[in-house]
Structures are given as C-alpha cells and as structure tokens.
Ligand binder design. Sequence first.
Ligand code: ATR
Length: 319
Amino acid sequence: MSNRIIVGFSYNIDINNLVFELFLKEIYLYFFIQLIIMDIKGSTNIVGLIGHPVEHSFSPPMHNAAFDALGMDYTYVAFDVDPNNLKSAVDGAKSLNVRGFNVTIPHKIEVMRFLDEIDEVARLIGAVNTIDFKNMKGYNTDGIGAVKAIEEVTSIKNKNVVVAGAGGASRAISFYIAKYGADTLTILNRNVEKATSLSEDVSASNLIDDVKSDSISKINDYLNDADILIDTTPVGMHPNINDEPIAKSDDMHEDLAVFDAVYNPNETVLLKEAINAGAKPVYGINMLLYQGAESFKIWTGREAPVDVMETALRDVLNL
Ligand code: ATR
C-alpha cells in the first residue's frame, strides 16, 4: 500500500515497509539488550583501559572477542580519565575490584606513583601500560608486543638491531630488544642527543654490552650489517602515507627483518621498500596484537587466543 502525504511538498512512503522496518528495529533492540543482560552478570570481572582520550581505542573489541571465544566471565571497557583524577581513578578501581587496566597516553608515566610494584623492565623503561590489580603491579607490554611480532619472522638473540627514533615507543622496544639477547643495538634519531641519552640508559641496564647512537641520516651505514630494522618514527603514518621512507630497498638485503610500528596504513612506505628488497616485513598491527595478548595473560593467567584477537583487530581496522 502506498500513501501520499503532503507536508508543504509531497513524497511517497510505503507504509508496509515503514512498519516492517520499525518492527525489525524493535527486534534488533530487544536482542541487543538481551545480549548485554546475558553477558554482564553480578559475577562479571572488569578489565579496562584508562587514558585521555580513549574513544578510538582498538583494545575493547580485541579483548572482548578473546573473552567471548574462551567463554570467560570478563568484560573490557574504556575509561576517559582526566589527568587530575588519575589517583582517584586507580584507587576507585581497586576498591571496585577491577581486575586489570591497560594504561595509555597521557598516564603511562604518572600512574607508576600509585602502584605497589613495577616490573623490572617497565621500571627501566620508566612507563607502564598494564596494571595487575591482584598485586597492584605495573608492566610494560608495548616492547614485548614488538619483540613477539618480530620473533614471528626471526629470533632476536645474537642479532644486530637498528632502531630508528628515540621517543617513548623506541624506549619501550629498545629495552626489550636488549632483554631478548640482541648482540648489538644501534639507536638512530634526527635529534642525536636523544638517541645518545637513550643508548646510555639501555647500556646502564647491563642487559646488553654493545649499544651505539647516531644520526638517522646515516642509516645506510648500518643496514649492511643489520639483521633487524625497527622504525618507531611516525614517518609514513596516515595521512602522510607517501612520506619519504627512512630507508630504501637498495639499502636493504634479503635477510633483513623490517618492523614498522606504524599500523595505519598496514603496509607503510618502509614495508613496501622491504618487500621490494625481498626482506622480511613485520607489520605494526602485530605489536598491538601481542601487547594485548601479553596483558590478557597478566590479568587472567591464561594464554590469549591470538587468532581471535587478530580477527577482531583486523575487523575494527578494516584490514
Ligand atoms: P612515540 O611515543 O610514538 O615514540 P615520540 O616520543 O613523540 O613518539 O617520538 C617520536 C620519534 O620519532 C622521535 O624520535 C622523533 O625524532 P626527534 O626526537 O628528532 O624529534 C622521531 N620523528 C618524528 N618525526 C620524524 C621524521 N619526520 N623523521 C624522522 N624521525 C622523526
């Protein structure tokens, strides 16, 4: 049945379709509410993310997919916490029996003041991204995420590693590269002083003997002898996807593993160069994945279902 309605101007509405669509919406809403009621119970354990902002985080879908797949009575939510409220957020979460937090910008350093214990490498890094409320202990799984992603294609032990960048990501990754037994670590940066300062900190940890620093403009001098190149700079990150890469395929060799911490786009200009050179690309998405898997294990004591988490992550990233 078609009905002609005149409100200043005229158009056609199919009443049958309209009623049917409203009916479908009601049904969807009903099942959506049922799903929430069924999933979240009085016994449900809460884990989550604190940061500022948090709304674009990929962690909730990734962790909730993992809990669903294993039939675990957990849910993961994101909390936007103003820096002025960080202490009360941590204290409140402890009182509310929250099981674990991920911590993101800008709280990764400041939050350590409110914890009872800090994991040894996280203390060296000087930042945590995971809190286990069982013992109020902080960890840094960002660096572990990168190392696990790289170890999918090559072992780090006894290798020559070049890290580009000397910011927060480089710091987290560099200490774990040292801990995983690299032979040499060379940190390259535009601002060489920052690279030198980081290399001195890593050296002082006694996790590795041979740590150097230099200007990123000299990268080609180091790639011949390198086994692993790690790019922690934002070069090539959306929307600057056509940036000049930090290294070209002509300067790479086939045995080199090339990891780019940028995950948007998935295949960065640097990884394209690596593929052209026949080198082994390691995608930034895998760092996100493995840091999440490691946090999951810290909170629950169980191995994370990495495949399920990867599917959820690819889904939200449209990959
Ligand atoms: P993150 O926490 O992601 O590591 P950061 O702490 O801001 O971010 O660090 C960014 C790093 O990328 C820095 O080492 C920066 O170099 P400078 O210290 O010289 O600024 C590096 N970086 C940023 N833009 C870059 C570019 N266009 N080329 C090369 N390095 C760049």
